[in-house]
Design a binder for this molecule. Structure first.
Ligand SMILES: NC(=O)CC[C@H](N)C(=O)O
Length: 319
């Protein structure tokens, strides 16, 4: 769609001057130093063409977006076995909430809240150990990227999150008391903090998301990243849980499976049509990118890409 280039440029021009940009996360020190004026969008369409605007090629900290890739690896390794240790339901709670864990015996509601992602990290550590698991994540995403530079793990970010990650340490220790963490807490958290410290640009994130747009197979290389059914599972969870207690509003406003990160990134997938990444560091009350969400809402208004809109009326008209 040649128009896409114009659409993404329009969105950045409209939203870039916005005054109300939300608040940049400050509980992980290096995140607090990111310029709140940054704003990028990248759309990779089904033909592989990239439509970029704003700071689309600048690397940022993907944080909870990494939960999508951890889940992909865990599903590849253990399939439906993982659902013994983490559920598939929306939480309706904040990303780092601990309240449900007590009444639900240490089984997190879903793999996209912190507790669930820590269990997923634990599964990967059991399989590979903490260092090789980190490498396995890099080996999953690196070949999917078509553009060089920026992709890597920000060691300083990981260290500083470890220094300040008391809440995640509490979640991990608490789950361990229920037997739902099999490795030493430090090993599992080490992987979790390093995966959250992955950096990449909107363009690279959208390139990686291509496998979800394309039923589990990387559209550039034809390599199967995960099964069709795993890709569906991941996207269903993104729709229901990808924005924590803001997931319902995101589904209504945007209508695409999406996953946010506290660094201000969002990955959204229009199945069969596009992989979309946006980045604006200011967050709304639920910890999701404020302008990023608005940008996706505009994009969907301009393209009609909501999954709840998948059958254009023209297709249904006789003749
Ligand atoms: N929502 C997020 O991106 C949270 C990730 C962050 N590393 C944390 O654990 O707090």
């Amino acid at each position: 769609m040649a128009e896409l280039g114009r659409i993404v440029t329009e969105i950045v021009e409209e939203l870039r001057p916005a005054v109300e940009r939300g608040r940049v996360a400050d509980y992980i020190p290096p995140l607090a130093r990111v310029d709140p004026q940054k704003f990028g969008i990248a759309v990779i369409d089904a033909s592989g063409a990239a439509h970029l605007a704003g700071d689309a090629e600048e690397a940022f900290s993907i944080q909870s977006l990494s939960k999508v890739f951890g889940l992909t690896l865990a599903l590849n390794l253990e399939g439906s076995e993982i659902w013994r240790r983490v559920r598939q339901e929306p939480s309706g709670s904040a990303f780092n909430s601990i309240v449900q864990l007590e009444s639900e015996q240490g089984i997190p509601r879903n793999p996209f809240i912190n507790a669930g992602a820590i269990v997923i990290a634990d599964i990967l550590v059991s399989r590979w150990g903490r260092y090789a698991a980190r490498q396995a994540l890099l080996d999953l995403v690196s070949p999917l990227v078509g553009t060089p530079g920026g992709l890597g793990i920000d060691e300083d970010m990981a260290m500083q999150e470890r220094e300040t990650g008391f809440r995640n340490a509490a979640l991990a220790n608490y789950m361990r008391t229920f037997g739902n963490l099999h490795n030493p807490v430090d090993d599992t958290l080490d992987l979790y903090f390093h995966q959250c410290a992955l950096t990449m640009s909107c363009r690279q994130l959208a390139e990686i998301g291509g496998f979800l747009m394309n039923g589990g197979t990387d559209p550039r290389s034809g390599r199967v990243v995960t099964s069709v059914s795993n890709a569906r599972t991941i996207m269903a969870l993104m729709m229901m849980c990808g924005h924590y207690d803001g997931s319902g509003a995101f589904a209504i406003r945007v209508g695409l499976p999406g996953k946010s990160g506290v660094g201000g990134g969002i990955l959204a997938i229009a199945p069969g049509l596009a992989s979309i990444a946006v980045w604006s560091p200011g967050l709304n009350a639920q910890g999701n990118s404020l302008l990023g969400t608005l940008a996706l809402e505009r994009l969907v208004q301009k393209t009609g890409w909501s999954v709840f809109n998948a059958f254009p009326l023209s297709v249904q008209k006789p003749g």
